[in-house]
Design a protein around this ligand. Structure first.
Ligand SMILES: Nc1ncnc2c1ncn2[C@@H]1O[C@H](COP(=O)(O)OP(=O)(O)OP(=O)(O)O)[C@@H](O)[C@H]1O
Ligand SMILES: [Mg+2]
Length: 315
């Protein structure tokens, strides 16, 4: 795993939450043809929806990867995305993060279609962080500089405070006294945890903003105990921003409202996920509580959970 944290991220402002209560811009959904007013009023029925993926299609060249993926992420949820390798799990996360644009369909953030990172209005009420599957640390920077990168670049915090937040963040992922090392001096598992530390860091001056963090295979390649540390960390950071910033911080608890985790690991599903989405052939083919994953009789889920060669998924 690697981590790049997309914060501060530009996210469209919700028409539902504007001060005037009016829709601020006219957007038309590419899939439904509905105006943003209609889309907003539909979304208003479910105020806890933070991210909505609507009928998303995506091809790379002639290869169709996503063909009508739709789902919602609500406030407070811990959602897992599972599915065979190459089915488009990382792709859908990148589309939700605004790094890739869908060919058809749209992603709504707080009820409003996002236009990709470059096109969105700046708004920090909902930030979307992402921990990438492959390592993306800057080799020429120390661990401390990597973890604190965005704070050094964008915040007005004093250096000593940034160092303290970096130290807290590293301690949360079980790493101590590594700030002055370079990525090349770390094991693969340590790099993963540094990436995670960078994903969860944020400016303690940003009060009242919500955050959704997307973790792409955060425990792949970690030993079982390190996996448990990461699984528990994802859980504990959920609405407990004070752990990162310390009890004396002026940041209100409740930073990470929801998280999404792509994983193949049963331990991560059991320990860190409440609701599962099964992605196959470009669509969500099953969703349900993670507690049903091991006992579910739906053939595709059963094949996946048991690792059987017999079933609808053909390799
Ligand atoms: N930028 C890209 N250009 C071309 N093809 C791509 C690109 N990104 C992904 N793909 C292809 O899209 C398909 C889905 O890739 P993706 O990384 O989303 O799969 P995944 O479900 O995350 O798989 P895994 O479980 O192995 O991580 C793969 O066939 C991949 O080769
Ligand atoms: Mg992937």
């Amino acid at each position: 795993m690697a981590l790049i944290y997309l914060w501060p991220q530009k996210v469209s402002r919700s028409p539902l939450r504007s001060v005037s209560g009016e829709v601020e811009a006219e957007l038309v959904s590419s899939t439904t043809g509905k105006s943003s007013d209609e889309a907003a009023s539909e979304t208003a029925k479910d105020e806890d929806v933070l991210i909505e993926v609507c009928n998303v299609h995506k091809s790379f060249g002639s290869k169709k990867i996503l063909s009508g993926a739709s789902f919602k992420i609500r406030r407070g949820e811990a959602v897992g995305i599972i599915g065979p390798s190459g089915t488009g799990k990382s792709t859908i996360l990148k589309i939700m993060a605004g790094l890739l644009l869908p060919d058809e369909g749209e992603v709504r953030i707080l009820g409003r279609a996002r236009a990709g990172l470059a096109g969105d209005d700046s708004d920090e009420r909902l930030r979307v962080g992402m921990v990438f599957q492959s390592a993306a640390l800057f080799d020429s920077l120390t661990v401390g500089e990597n973890v604190g990168f965005l704070l050094y670049e964008h915040s007005k915090l004093p250096e000593e405070r940034i160092k303290e937040i970096v130290r807290n963040s590293l301690e949360l992922v079980g790493l101590k006294d590594v700030e002055n090392r370079y990525p090349a001096e770390l094991s693969g598992g340590m790099k993963k945890r540094v990436a995670l530390a960078r994903a969860i860091i944020s400016d303690d001056k940003l009060e009242g903003s919500e955050e959704v963090v997307m973790y792409d295979e955060p425990t792949a390649g970690l030993d079982p105990i390190a996996s448990t540390v990461v699984e528990d960390l994802m859980r504990s950071l959920h609405n407990h921003g004070d752990q990162l910033h310390g009890p004396d911080s002026d940041k209100e608890a409740g930073g990470i409202s929801s998280y999404i985790v792509v994983t193949h690991q049963h331990s991560t599903i059991r320990r860190a996920v409440d609701r599962l989405l099964f992605l196959h052939e470009g669509k969500v083919v099953w969703e349900g509580p993670s507690s049903e994953f091991d006992t579910c009789d739906v053939p595709i889920v059963k094949q996946f959970s048991t690792g059987s060669l017999e079933g609808p998924i053909v390799y």
